[in-house]
Write a protein that binds this ligand. Structure first.
Ligand code: AMP
Length: 370
């Protein structure tokens, strides 16, 4: 399927070039029949209808004239859209038979105002011709006389229609692609291999990896206020207070407005953090797809972290007492999150002992089902 990106959004082809042309032909055939002796004025509604109108007029085999009108809408203070005329029809349409040419009839607000303008002008007759019509969105009473294609209530671009100015030049039609975000919580005790796996998975699934531990360490290194505050807790293997951690996580998520999803590594670690994450993701119309947990025996963890401590430069990896305290904190404060996500049928345990590639495979088998 042909996919395009305009500004920050992805669109997929939904109506082919051929179907668009067939729709235009259908309208043209009927207009040729109905208006052969009437010398109609094709009143094109700018900007979107310019391509449809050009095609239609080329296929109209009798005398006709052209005129253009441009209206704009903005959200007024009330719920209703206010529409005003930017460019009026010239010359006068008085006593003329007018074919209003629209690219798309959606709510019908624009058509409503144009019909009012035509009545005020004293036209002899008016008909509405639109390339696309959204019956589910249309809320007015005027008949739409000539319809190229009825479409579902999707946001579309192409053939004159735009998203923030772009996309008008496509000859087929694209609709907004709704790709749900994939948000994973990578879970497990310290030393389970979350960081290593997150590095691989973020590439494989095109996700943004947020490790709260890494963000804290970055802040400590740069001696920020947050770093100084976090250091006192981290050095003892304790959790940094929720309010600090949650604010920081929110800020990290906000830095990535175009993310296709996140791997949360080391977050949430408490129920309050899990609740905060749910609220944050809900505000973005998404949620946690699942918690994937690496399960590793405690003694294996201690040995792994002692080995890592020789090269990681992390103070909290160098001291066996601190390591054991981190594992203790994990069981005392963090492991409850297994139950939290189990209740939502979102917990998936994975054996975390084996080679990096083996574990990636086990994780992928789960992630592919989410
Ligand atoms: P990590 O790199 O995930 O092992 O985290 C290292 C340390 O950073 C932890 O032992 C905590 O002191 C602190 N930390 C990281 N993530 C969190 C979190 N979600 N909540 C509280 N403290 C955290």
């Amino acid at each position: 399927m042909d996919t395009i990106r305009l500004h920050d959004l992805n669109f997929e082809e939904s109506i082919s070039k051929t179907e668009v042309q067939q729709a235009i032909n259908g309208v043209a055939v009927r207009l040729n029949d109905d208006f052969k002796d009437k010398r109609p004025v094709f009143l094109t509604v700018l900007n979107g209808a310019f391509l449809f109108s050009a095609e239609l007029i080329k296929k109209f085999n009798h005398e006709c004239e052209l005129s253009f009108i441009k209206v704009a809408s903005y959200d007024g203070l009330t719920q209703n859209d206010e529409i005003y005329t930017v460019m009026g029809a010239e010359p006068s349409l008085k006593n003329r038979d007018v074919i209003v040419v629209e690219d798309i009839v959606d709510s019908g607000n624009t058509i409503d105002i144009i019909i009012q303008i035509l009545k005020d002008e004293g036209v002899n007759s008016y008909k509405i011709a639109t390339l696309f019509y959204k019956p589910q969105a249309y809320s007015k009473n005027h008949a739409i006389d000539y319809i190229g294609l009825e479409i579902a209530n999707d946001f579309i671009v192409g053939f004159g229609l735009d998203y923030k100015g772009l996309g008008r030049n496509f000859t087929s039609i694209y609709k907004l692609k709704n790709t749900p975000m994939k948000n994973l919580v990578l879970f497990g005790p310290p030393g389970a291999g979350k960081g290593t796996q997150a590095e691989v998975l973020k590439e494989k699934y095109d996700l943004v990896h947020i490790s709260t531990g890494d963000v804290f360490r970055y802040n400590i290194k740069n001696a920020t206020e947050l770093g100084t505050l976090a250091k006192s807790y981290i050095d003892k293997g304790q959790l940094v207070p929720d309010s600090v951690t949650i604010d920081m996580l929110n800020a990290e998520v906000e830095k990535n407005p175009e993310a296709k999803g996140f791997i949360f590594d080391g977050f949430p670690r408490t129920e309050a953090q899990a609740d905060a994450l749910a609220v944050l993701l809900e505000s973005k119309g998404t949620e946690v797809a699942g918690m994937v947990a690496l399960e590793v025996d405690d003694e294996v963890l201690v040995q792994r972290l002692l080995v890592r401590g020789k090269t990681s430069g992390r103070a909290d990896d160098a001291d066996e007492a601190v390591i054991r305290n981190r594992i203790k904190v994990y069981y005392a404060e963090t492991a409850i999150l297994k139950g939290y996500y189990e209740k939502q049928n979102k917990y998936h345990g994975v054996n975390g002992v084996g080679s990096v590639a083996e574990i990636t495979d086990r994780l992928s088998n789960v992630i592919d089902t989410l």
